[in-house]
Design a protein around this ligand. Structure first.
Ligand code: NDP
Length: 416
């Protein structure tokens, strides 16, 4: 029996027939759809869709569409640790221009398990010895280095030698010389380098920067930022952080870098003077080789100052505040993976700022930014030079703490 008339609309007489004859699921189901559909919908009105199945125009897009799979850049992730497995690999699922195609790990069993879950072919697995063979893998465009800090430089340089672009975790490296070598290696290879400063892609931080630039708190006078957590010797991810030859330093390099970055991206300036103090709790085995707490101040050319800190022995804090002549901005928490909060304090009082958070995480956003920089041959937002500046400033802070006096940044050549 045909239930539809010649225009494709439900033939009511037949529907009634089905109901009267106990026409089962089909009849009762149609009854639930409602009168508009059952009576032909807007099909008879000009401009409205017909009731029969039909194609419709492209909807207004709220999200960018992904680029065609064949045009997405292939990424190899080096080091399958806590951050790579919990944050980065899942973020490829939200990516629009980047796809995971290869893995590099010293633990073959783990690499195979991860590869099977993410659809990476076992032919595209490497270890630290076979890494250079990545040069023969045309699927790999970008190498993402997520190793302990002191290994960033070596794997960046080897990736450039293999002809790949490099996306490197923060801190870029542990010495100024290493950063400079990485930058030159990229230039020689004609390949791009970006440091993974996710906070610069995090919507609350982006909005805070916009508010400061747009003068919503007046002239910026002071930035404060504190990043602290408890370093846990039982956590494998924290074990290399206690070893100077792998971490380069303590809380300063690992999380103090978020406080430093905040001062730089909120002021939009480079510091001209640094003063640091370092404190370790006596006899704490965690801090035999690396520093625990660092308090540091920076002075900027405009006269703005920053009061910043990092700690490995205080309860979790990830806070950034910017104080201007007309008000202040509070990001608390500021640099979580998700759930950050932004507030604006003015003479009208304190007001929480609702920030539109896109479907894409800050990790997918920064990876896609780099893929687009490569595809369109743009400079990335946070190139190697940005990472180098942070290491220069970190070293000036360390020097200041050792010498017990402020260090002029012009003398260390760190101004833009
Ligand atoms: P993990 O210890 O969890 O991971 C490091 C991985 O590096 C290991 O799992 C191992 O991978 C590999 N590795 C190679 N050699 C060594 C070695 N000698 N000792 C230890 N690991 C080694 O550290 P995280 O994931 O926490 O940190 C890795 C990097 O990511 C760091 O540079 C850190 O600063 C950065 N990071 C960035 C964050 C951000 O928000 N942007 C957050 C957290 C970390 P495998 O077993 O596969 O060989």
């Amino acid at each position: 029996m045909n239930l539809f008339d010649k225009d494709g609309r439900l033939d009511l007489s037949r529907r009634l027939f089905l109901r009267s004859t106990g026409g089962g699921l089909l009849g009762s189901g149609l009854g639930l759809i409602g009168p508009a559909f059952a009576q032909g919908g807007g099909g008879s009105m000009p401009g409205l869709p017909p009731s029969r199945p039909t194609g419709r125009p492209f909807p207004e897009m709220e999200q960018e569409t992904p680029v065609e799979p064949g045009r997405r850049l292939g990424w190899a992730v080096v080091g399958l640790g806590k951050f790579a497995l919990n944050q980065i690999l899942p973020s490829f699922g939200e990516s629009r221009c980047s796809k995971l195609v290869a893995l590099v790990s010293g633990n073959r069993q783990k690499a195979e398990q991860v590869a099977s879950r993410y659809g990476v072919d076992t032919r595209d697995l490497y270890d630290y010895q076979t890494f250079d063979r990545i040069a023969d893998n045309p699927e790999v465009d970008v190498v993402y280095v997520i190793l302990p800090n002191a290994l960033h430089a070596e794997y960046t340089v080897r990736a450039f030698k293999a002809g790949k672009h490099v996306f490197c975790e923060k801190p870029m490296a542990v010495t100024v010389e290493e950063c400079e070598t990485m930058i030159s290696a990229g230039r020689e290879a004609g390949r791009k380098l970006m440091v993974a400063y996710r906070a610069q892609f995090e919507p609350h931080n982006v909005e805070a920067i916009r508010k400061v630039r747009d003068g919503e708190i007046g002239a910026l006078r002071l930035v404060t930022s504190d990043h602290g957590r408890i370093l846990d010797p039982k956590d494998p991810a924290d074990q290399w952080r206690m070893v100077k030859s792998l971490a380069g330093g303590g809380s300063r390099y690992d999380i103090g870098i978020y406080s430093l970055q905040a001062a730089r991206y909120l002021t939009g300036e480079e510091p001209v003077e640094a003063f640091g103090q370092i404190a370790n709790t006596k006899d704490d085995p965690r801090f035999r080789e690396v520093e625990d707490r660092v308090a540091f101040q920076l002075r900027f050319p405009s006269g703005a100052v920053a009061n910043l800190s990092s700690s490995y022995s205080t309860a979790s804090v990830k806070r950034i505040q910017a104080f201007g002549e007309k008000g202040s901005i509070i990001l608390d928490p500021a640099t979580e993976y998700e759930g950050n909060k932004l507030a604006l304090q003015t003479e009208k009082g304190r007001q929480e700022v609702k920030v539109k958070v896109k479907e894409q995480s800050q990790f997918a956003a920064e990876m896609d930014h780099f893929s687009q920089s490569v595809m369109n041959n743009h400079d990335p937002k946070t190139p190697g030079e940005e990472g180098l500046r942070d290491i220069l400033i970190m070293q000036a802070i360390y020097q200041s703490a050792c010498e017990g006096r402020p260090v002029s940044m012009e003398a260390t050549g760190s101004t833009r």
